[in-house]
Design a protein around this ligand. Structure first.
Ligand SMILES: NC(=O)c1ccc[n+]([C@@H]2O[C@H](COP(=O)([O-])OP(=O)(O)OC[C@H]3O[C@@H](n4cnc5c(N)ncnc54)[C@H](O)[C@@H]3O)[C@@H](O)[C@H]2O)c1
Length: 446
């Protein structure tokens, strides 16, 4: 089935499902086609493309406001929305205005990662549902606070782990959970991205068009630097480094394994030994998780320019499979009966047995649209979305474990999953939480 036919069927199917479930709806539920008003917070490429798509693939969903601290971004977002959706949203630099707007039902947060947890918590406190991009938080403690806020205010929080809405990823999970791969003994995750030496640039005067203080938000104050603003992936204050992308594969691996809790331990290694860049987040990392009954490794970095994510034509075509050997974000699942190759950016999955014989396969494309449909369905039905706060926290924790192992000296860390603390390692425990600037504090009591 080509993508357009699939989307047509998905839209019809999803509307039918929501109507069918209407007998279960509580007083606060919306009908299947009731209006949902969104506001975009963070109008970079990711937020803009996905919120416009969400309005196109769902019925009666509109954007009232675009909030960005960078006026250049909001101006171009407004003109793109006008071009694609036929109306001009309002603009603001201050997300509190969005939170205080009674018309807004849900916010679409696509800022850099250091704002994700605080923005989500403040939105929940203001009574808004939330779609928030990955990585969902910037430390393990923030993940717990987001879960508490979503529960306390009964808000829908969908994280940008879109693979949780894929038909092909669900089929891969069912294949494995049905025992067809035998017992899973080992999972190998790849995030072998390309890159180049990162070069710092001097600090500059803050441009008139930018609210730099709000861009920094909960992160420590530092003078304006254009290289930091565009290269935030290189700094711990704003995100998790190359594992920002690997978080998708780690989340998908957890999903197909039936969503296990925290691993028992993590062993990590990494460094800036490829380009020797003056960046904080490592250019390359390798690490191993101990899940007792299986092990999982992840290799992630900016060193392998000959590798590529699933090409666009294959991402959109469920009848084709990528060239696995050079597929930069594949997952290999080794069972006692065969090995499954699973694509993260579409590409479906294939199972190989002895003599490289293909024993089973399932095509599939990248499920961004299905994820946007699932969010709006959840907003209307009040049912948990596919990538809820609990699963997002467990998946994001894998990223933080790896970075904490690296930052504490490439050590093996033992983790007490019940109490969410490292065992006998105070250096690692200090990195479970970060400190915040006044006015931008993630509160203990949400
Ligand atoms: N799910 C996916 O597949 C996927 C793909 C790409 C990016 N992402 C995620 O999406 C997010 C955005 O990515 P991007 O490439 O568009 O980043 P970007 O840095 O280009 O854009 C972020 C925007 O947020 C704005 N911003 C910063 N602080 C703000 C604040 N306090 N209030 C309002 N706006 C603020 C910035 O000015 C900028 O315009 C990131 O978290 C990234 O990890 C997810």
């Amino acid at each position: 089935m080509r993508r357009r036919e699939f989307l047509g069927k998905t839209l019809i199917g999803s509307a039918g499902l929501a109507v069918g479930a209407s007998g279960l709806l509580t007083a606060s539920c919306k009908g299947a086609n009731d209006k949902v008003v969104l506001a975009l917070i963070g109008a970079g490429p990711r937020g803009l493309v996905t919120i416009i798509s969400c309005c196109k693939v769902n019925t009666n969903v509109t954007i009232k406001t675009v909030c960005d601290v960078n006026d250049l971004r909001s101006t171009s977002a407004v003109s793109e929305i006008e071009k694609q959706l036929g109306y001009k949203p309002l603009t603001t630099r201050n997300m509190d205005e969005v939170f205080n707007d009674k018309d807004v039902d849900a916010v679409w947060i696509a800022t850099p990662d250091h704002w994700h947890a605080l923005g989500t918590i403040r939105a929940c406190q203001a009574g808004k549902d939330v779609y928030v991009e990955k990585t969902p938080n910037n430390c393990i403690w923030e993940g717990k606070k987001v879960i508490e806020a979503a529960k306390k205010y009964r808000k829908i929080v969908q994280n940008g782990f879109q693979n949780r809405s894929g038909a092909y990823t669900a089929a891969a999970r069912d294949y494995i959970q049905g025992g067809k791969l035998g017992q899973v003994v080992h999972i190998r995750i790849y995030n072998l991205l390309g890159g180049a030496k990162w070069l710092p640039v001097p600090d500059e005067e803050i441009p008139q068009s930018l609210d730099w203080n709000r861009w920094l938000g909960p992160a420590p104050y530092r003078p304006y630097n254009p290289g930091v603003m565009t290269g935030w992936l290189n700094f711990w204050a704003y995100n998790v480094g190359t594992l920002n992308d690997a978080s998708h594969q780690l989340d998908l691996a957890r999903m197909i394994m039936g969503d296990p809790g925290h691993p028992k331990s993590i062993y990590g290694w990494g460094g800036n030994h490829i380009w020797n860049s003056e960046r904080e987040t490592p250019e390359f990392q390798s690490f191993t998780y101990d899940y007792e009954k299986f092990t999982m490794t992840c290799d992630s970095g900016n060193a392998t320019n000959y590798m590529s994510k699933t090409p666009n034509d294959i991402r959109l075509d469920p009848t084709r499979f990528p060239e696995w050997k050079t597929n930069s974000d594949r997952i290999e699942i080794y069972g006692t009966l065969g090995v499954m190759y699973l694509g993260r950016t579409g590409g479906g999955w294939q199972v190989f047995g002895p003599g490289e014989k293909i024993v089973a396969q399932g095509g599939g494309f990248t499920p961004d649209i299905e994820h946007q449909i699932n969010f709006i369905e959840s907003v209307r039905s009040r049912k948990q979305p596919n990538a809820n706060a609990e699963q997002a926290h467990l998946s994001a924790s894998l990223v933080h474990f790896a970075n904490i192992a690296y930052r504490t000296g490439n050590k093996q860390l033992l983790f007490d999953g019940q109490n969410e603390k490292f065992i006998d390692n105070e250096d690692a425990n200090k990195l479970l939480k970060r400190s915040y600037r006044e006015n931008y504090v993630v509160p203990d009591n949400v």
